[in-house]
Write a protein that binds this ligand. Structure first.
Ligand code: GUN
Length: 280
């Protein structure tokens, strides 16, 4: 058996085309969506992500502004900028690219963002809304994972979902999102005993730990759906947390790296920004 590939790049492209039409309409009504991105310091990976986010905005007609601040910025000055953006009517969504340089209080910074502009869904209020079932922003990568599974027409309700990884950005919100879709969710992490056996129970296996090729062929139930959220650089090549070549011989559906979950993150960020403008 050879798995069918879930083409995240193509699906993200469809979403961006849908959004471009919606933006056109909003612009006609004088409500062009706007995104502010705050980048502190000179983390090269963060610089790449921020550039990609800005370009993606431009492509669909969303107004965007990047505030690049030196690593030595004070906490107070950073909070002042967030206050300013909270008040700016041109800005419907804002995010502070993580990680922040040492010396800055990440949790205080995130909490300062207006929950109604928190397109990353990292503010504690939006985290709480996700868990208790209210309306709010959902973190972009987990939202992209769910969207991929749904667009691939994979049934979720009643199915066994195993999540490997428990980060605040991916693992935890993924648990919550799939629970909301009535899956039976198991969460595994670095201390889990018999990880391979836990994974082999999954109808849908979602891996987000940042360990290249961790998940092997015999960890995967034949016919399972495998979603690889990992992005690791090995010998200059991007690889996921799943041994794609071998696992794709047993899985029914699998996401590649690159070209799987990755492109969905920015598509969902754009969607959150457009939705925020539409609500304004
Ligand atoms: N760093 C890694 N992923 C993310 C993300 O989704 N949002 C922000 N703000 N920072 C990140």
């Amino acid at each position: 058996m050879t798995a069918r590939i879930i083409d995240g790049k193509a699906i993200a492209g469809e979403i961006r085309s849908e959004l471009a039409l919606q933006v056109k309409q909003l612009v006609k009504e004088g409500r062009r969506p706007g995104l502010a991105v705050v980048l502190v310091g000179d983390n090269p990976a963060s610089e790449v992500y921020v550039r990609m986010k800005k370009r993606a905005c431009e492509e669909i007609g969303v107004y965007s502004v990047v505030h690049s601040l030196p690593a030595e910025i004070t906490q107070e000055k950073l909070l002042d900028l967030i206050d300013e953006l909270n008040q700016d009517p041109k800005i419907h969504g804002m995010l502070v690219q993580l990680p922040l340089p040492s010396g800055l209080d990440e949790s205080a910074v995130i909490s300062r963002i207006s929950p109604e502009k928190d397109v990353d869904g990292f503010h504690p209020l939006n985290v709480g809304r996700l868990w208790i079932g209210g309306e709010g922003f959902v973190p972009c990568t987990p939202a992209g994972v769910l969207e991929l599974v749904q667009r691939a027409e994979v049934p979720i309700s009643g199915k066994k979902v195993v999540v490997v990884g428990r980060s605040n950005i991916v693992g935890k919100p993924v648990i919550s999102l799939f629970l909301r879709e009535n899956a039976t969710v198991t969460v595994c992490h670095s201390r889990t005993e018999n990880l391979a056996e836990e994974c082999a129970q999954a109808d849908i296996l979602i891996v987000a730990v940042g360990r290249p090729h961790l998940v092997k062929k015999d960890w995967v139930k034949p016919g399972a759906v495998v979603i690889d959220v990992g992005i690791n650089r090995v010998d200059g090549k991007l690889v996921g947390d799943v041994d794609f070549e071998n696992v794709s011989q047993v899985a029914a559906l699998i996401t590649p790296v690159p070209g799987g979950v990755g492109p969905m993150t920015i598509a969902m960020l754009l969607k959150a920004t457009v939705d925020a403008a539409a609500r304004s």
